[in-house]
Write a new protein. Structure first.
Length: 254
C-alpha cells in the first residue's frame, strides 16, 4: 500500500473533548492528514475550542467548533444530525472526552462513580450510537475510542477511572462486532501516562513514580498518541477492528 492509504482527504471527523491535551493533538493530526475536523467540547471550553480551530486553519487545514457535552445524552442525536447537515457527512468519530476522580477506594462516593462513568462510558457509548446511525446509512465509518493502558493494568486511587477504561475496551469489541456488517470499524487507543491538564493535579511523588515505572522514563506527549488515531481512522487500517492499540512506551510489558 502506498502512503495514500494513510491520507484522510475528503473525510469529516468529530473529536470529543478536543479543547486541550490529547483531543487537541488528535484534532490537529487529523486535519494534517486531510480531514475536515469538528472540534467539540463543553461550553465552558469554547474559547479553547476556537483556539484549536484557529491553529488548524492557520496551518492550512479545515476545522469548525461544536459545543458538545457527552453527558447530555438526550441532545446528542441533534448535535450529530447538525454536524452531518453542516458538513454533508461524518466519517470518523474520536471519543476522547474523559475525566478522573483520584481518591482511595474507601472514599469513593456514588456521585464520584456516576460522574466518571457518565463521561467515560455512558457518554462515549451514546456518541458512538449517534455517529453510527449516520455511518450505517452510508455503509462506512471509523469510530476510535480513547481508553487507557490502565484498561490492562492498575494503580492505587483510581478505581472508577480504571473500571471505566476497562469497560471502554470491552465495549469497543462489542460494537466492532455489532457494526462490522455495516462497514464500520470500532477500535480503541490505550495511552500511557500523558502530559495533559487531566493530570495537572498529580503530586511530585506521583510524577516521580511514573518516571521510575515507565520504560521511557517520562510522561508521553499528546502528539505521540495522535498518530495511532490517524492510523486507525485511515484506509490503511481497514482490516483492524475491535482492537485496543496501546501507546504506552512499553509500560504494560515492563
Amino acid at each position: 500500500m502506498s502512503m495514500d492509504g494513510f491520507k484522510l482527504d475528503g473525510k469529516v471527523a468529530l473529536v470529543t473533548g478536543a479543547a486541550q491535551g490529547i483531543g487537541r493533538a488528535i484534532s490537529i493530526a487529523l486535519a494534517d492528514a486531510g480531514a475536515t475536523v469538528v472540534v467539540s467540547d463543553i461550553a465552558a471550553k469554547s474559547s479553547a475550542v476556537d483556539a484549536v480551530c484557529v491553529e488548524i486553519t492557520a496551518a492550512g487545514g479545515t476545522a469548525s467548533a461544536c459545543e458538545l457535552d457527552v453527558t447530555a445524552t438526550s441532545r446528542l442525536a441533534a448535535v450529530f444530525d447538525g454536524v452531518v447537515a453542516d458538513s454533508g457527512r461524518l466519517d470518523i468519530l474520536v471519543n476522547n472526552a474523559g475525566i478522573l476522580v483520584r481518591k482511595p477506594a474507601l472514599e469513593i462516593t456514588e456521585e464520584d462513580w456516576d460522574r466518571v462513568f457518565s463521561v467515560n462510558l455512558r457518554g462515549l457509548f451514546f456518541c458512538a450510537q449517534a455517529a453510527a446511525k449516520h455511518m450505517v446509512a452510508r455503509g462506512d465509518g471509523r469510530i476510535i475510542n480513547i481508553a487507557s493502558q490502565r484498561a490492562l493494568s492498575a494503580s492505587a486511587g483510581n478505581a472508577p477511572y480504571i473500571a471505566s477504561k476497562a469497560a471502554v475496551a470491552g465495549l469497543t469489541r462489542a460494537l466492532a462486532l455489532d457494526w462490522i456488517s455495516s462497514g464500520i470499524t470500532v477500535n480503541a487507543v490505550g495511552p500511557g501516562p500523558v502530559d495533559t491538564p487531566l493530570l495537572a493535579d498529580a503530586s511530585p511523588e506521583m510524577d516521580l513514580d511514573i518516571v521510575r515505572r515507565s520504560p521511557a522514563g517520562r510522561r508521553l506527549q499528546p502528539e505521540e498518541i495522535a498518530g495511532a488515531v490517524v492510523y486507525l481512522a485511515s484506509p490503511a487500517a481497514a482490516a483492524v477492528n475491535g482492537h485496543l492499540l496501546l501507546v504506552d512506551a512499553g509500560w504494560t510489558i515492563a
